[in-house]
Design a protein around this ligand. Structure first.
Ligand SMILES: [Zn+2]
Length: 322
């Protein structure tokens, strides 16, 4: 186990976490051939900007993401495969930063951005946001200003729903967070401010504030409201992305009705190989297929977003409860 630890945070030498992550990435590119080739491939990927009405989306053609985008995440498949986030099954060359004793920060071997980390709990336990949001907020603060952090719900984007993990990507990677407030309108102006995205085809709220306990309480209320209003057992489908600047956390929450759009399951050229998680919902739509990359347009993006977001009616009911 010890050989898998690259560094410990916080450490006695007070090195900041973003700097440690940059060091980890350099070390891993040198000593883990698979990661070196993943980053070489990443440098050659193509992106295309779609200017849709009210927002912009980057299409990303990234063949290496086909494993996570196509992952079978149903109960039976998950139960019958070895967990790739557990220490026993991780590559021997993969090292991590032990983060506040219970998480390990690892380089994502299929990066969507230059500087893409997976932050894995030391124990095998399921994705669950209500209990782990406090750690996501800590991580957002420790990773600032270079990175933002996010969570994919077990049924809407996580390819390891059975093993608690977050991800970290460069702070400027996701257009919807980078250009906040942009199309967001403030709907409640108290010590926790609540914003709602308008005219961007997604059901999304932002909680902003500097008091961690108040944020946690407001988030718990939101989850409870969603649980009452959305007909689903277990955790409501959410993607949560969190940033921290000048003492203020911003928690962006996408409320989802389903994981993948219908077109994901079509055959041949009709298929749209896009599996929406936080990255896609926040404005970078990744497809491992060149055909999709060349052909997808704003109308496709609009219908994907609309299909996987909760309805306007549910959104209104949830907001009423806050
Ligand atoms: Zn595991």
């Amino acid at each position: 186990m010890e050989s898998q630890i690259f560094a410990i945070f916080p450490g006695r030498d007070q090195v900041q976490l973003p700097a440690l992550c940059a060091d980890l990435l350099e070390e891993q590119k040198k000593n883990w051939p698979l990661l070196a080739s993943a980053y070489a491939m990443l440098a050659a990927i193509h992106t295309r900007l779609l200017s849709c009405s009210g927002y912009e989306v980057y299409l990303q053609f990234n063949p290496a993401r086909s494993v996570s985008a196509g992952a079978a995440v149903d109960y039976e498949s998950i139960k019958n495969r070895p967990c790739f986030l557990c220490a026993a099954n991780r590559p021997r060359e993969q090292k991590g930063i032990l983060y506040r004793q219970d998480f390990l920060i690892l380089c994502n071997p299929a990066p969507a951005f230059a500087g893409h980390f997976t932050v894995v709990h030391m124990q095998h336990q399921p994705q669950a946001i209500a209990a782990s949001l406090t750690r996501l907020l800590d991580l957002a603060a420790d990773m600032s200003p270079d990175f933002i952090v996010f969570y994919n719900g077990p049924a809407c984007g996580a390819s390891a729903p059975d093993h608690l993990h977050f991800q970290a990507v460069p702070a400027d990677a996701l257009p919807l967070t980078q250009f906040f407030p942009g199309r967001f309108q403030i709907i409640k102006d108290t010590s926790v401010q609540i914003y709602r995205g308008e005219g961007i085809d997604r059901s999304v709220l932002v909680l902003a504030g500097s008091d961690k306990d108040l944020l946690l309480r407001q988030f718990a209320r939101l989850i409870q409201a969603a649980q009452t209003i959305i007909p689903i057992s277990g955790e409501p489908l959410v993607n949560v992305v969190c940033s921290f600047a000048d003492g203020v956390w911003r928690i962006m929450i996408f409320l989802r009705s389903r994981h993948r759009p219908d077109a994901f399951y079509l055959e041949g050229e009709q298929r749209i190989f896009v599996s929406p998680g936080t990255i896609e919902m926040a404005g970078v739509v990744i497809t491992p297929w060149e055909l999709n990359f060349n052909r997808l347009d704003c109308e496709n993006i609009r219908s994907i977003y609309a299909e996987v977001s909760v309805s306007e009616d549910m959104m209104k009911k949830i907001i009423n409860e806050l």
